[in-house]
Ligand binder design. Structure first.
Ligand code: ATP
Length: 315
């Protein structure tokens, strides 16, 4: 449904996106997760045809966004970070205006409007001027306009930002309901939001995709963390020789002690084999533990290595 290739975008000196590529298949709910300034809004504006990349291309449902911008925009539902709502219009008048702009045939308008209003539980607010609604209700109006033309792809930029906890729960439920009929890509800087709603997380940091994780796979994966007292030659090479080891990553930020993440097959526990290896090779063991990967551990690890990279670049 979405195929983004090698997207780069700079604002003057700021490289907001740096060679970003990813795909989203039909029916997926994907969270674009990243801290403030990671480039989420820039990526979304490019995907929806509201901003041109400096380099790269995007196709949505097989159509090139750059050359078929209006056709693409007609197919997607988009909730921008600050949805342009008209405060003086009632919910109904606003949605009718959007139906007009979306060129929904007159005969279908009332049905589409009532479906969108029903899906977003706005029926009792139809006559209310938008300016008198709470932020959560306004966000629901934003979602109603995004789904009015029954798009197969919904792109939502930080849909829960600024909402209170009850409103957040409501919007998350709504997104899950909408996902029964549409592919959804939404951005957020809240980890638990991705865990609550998504099948998959794309982690964006400093304008780059740093991880692409399917949540079910992530939850089923457990690694061994090995920390040594001092450096030992070729630890990684020896660890890689252990049956069942998929990969070995050197970890940063373990108080200067050499540390490794040993990745195994899903649900495997590698700690006994790593322990036997450490004993047989007389490695000065400081710590050995099993570590079940969650989105939080992946995110924090990436954030830490990002900090290390930034501080070493600063030095
Ligand atoms: P947030 O969650 O804070 O909205 P984001 O992940 O959506 O962040 P972007 O808004 O895409 O990130 O911004 C990426 C980088 O580009 C940031 O450093 C931001 O300051 C910069 N940036 C974004 N828009 C502009 C602009 N119009 N002019 C100059 N710099 C910009």
């Amino acid at each position: 449904m979405i195929d983004a290739r090698n997207l780069s975008k700079a604002y003057g000196e700021v490289q907001a996106l740096d060679d970003v590529s990813f795909e989203v298949a039909e029916g997926e709910i994907v969270g674009l997760l990243g801290p403030n300034g990671a480039g989420k809004t820039t990526a979304i504006k490019i995907l929806t045809g509201y901003l041109q990349p400096d380099e790269g291309s995007v196709t949505i449902d097989g159509l090139d966004v750059l050359t078929h911008t209006l056709e693409v925009q007609a197919r997607i539902g988009y909730l921008p970070e600050n949805a342009p709502l008209y405060p003086e219009l009632s919910v109904q008048k606003y949605l009718l205006l959007i139906a007009d702009l979306r060129q929904i045939p007159a005969a279908d308008r009332i049905l589409r409007l009532s479906e969108a209003v029903h899906a977003t539980s706005l029926t009792e607010y139809l006559a209310r001027p938008i300016g008198t609604l709470s932020k959560g209700l306004r966000q629901r109006v934003g979602l109603a306009q995004a789904i009015l033309h029954q798009p197969r792809l919904l792109i939502l930029d930080e849909p829960t930002v600024g909402l209170d906890p009850t409103q957040i729960v409501e919007i998350r439920r709504l997104i899950k309901r909408l996902a029964q009929h549409s592919t959804i890509l939404f951005s957020t800087h809240i980890l638990s939001e991705v865990e609550a709603i998504c099948d998959r997380a794309l982690i964006l940091m400093n304008g780059q995709v740093r991880a692409d994780a399917r949540l079910s796979e992530l939850e089923a994966t457990s690694d061994a963390i090995l920390v040594l007292q001092e450096k030992v030659k070729n630890v990684e090479g020896v660890l890689r020789g252990v049956p069942g080891v998929r990969d070995v990553e050197q970890l940063k930020s373990h108080d200067g002690f050499p540390a490794f993440r040993v990745l195994g097959a899903p649900k495997a526990d590698l700690t006994p084999a790593v322990y036997a290896l450490a004993r047989d090779n007389n490695w000065p063991l400081r710590e050995l533990r099993r570590d079940v990967r969650t989105l939080e551990t992946v995110f924090n690890q990436l954030a830490l290595s990002e900090e290390d990279d930034t501080s070493s670049a600063d030095n």
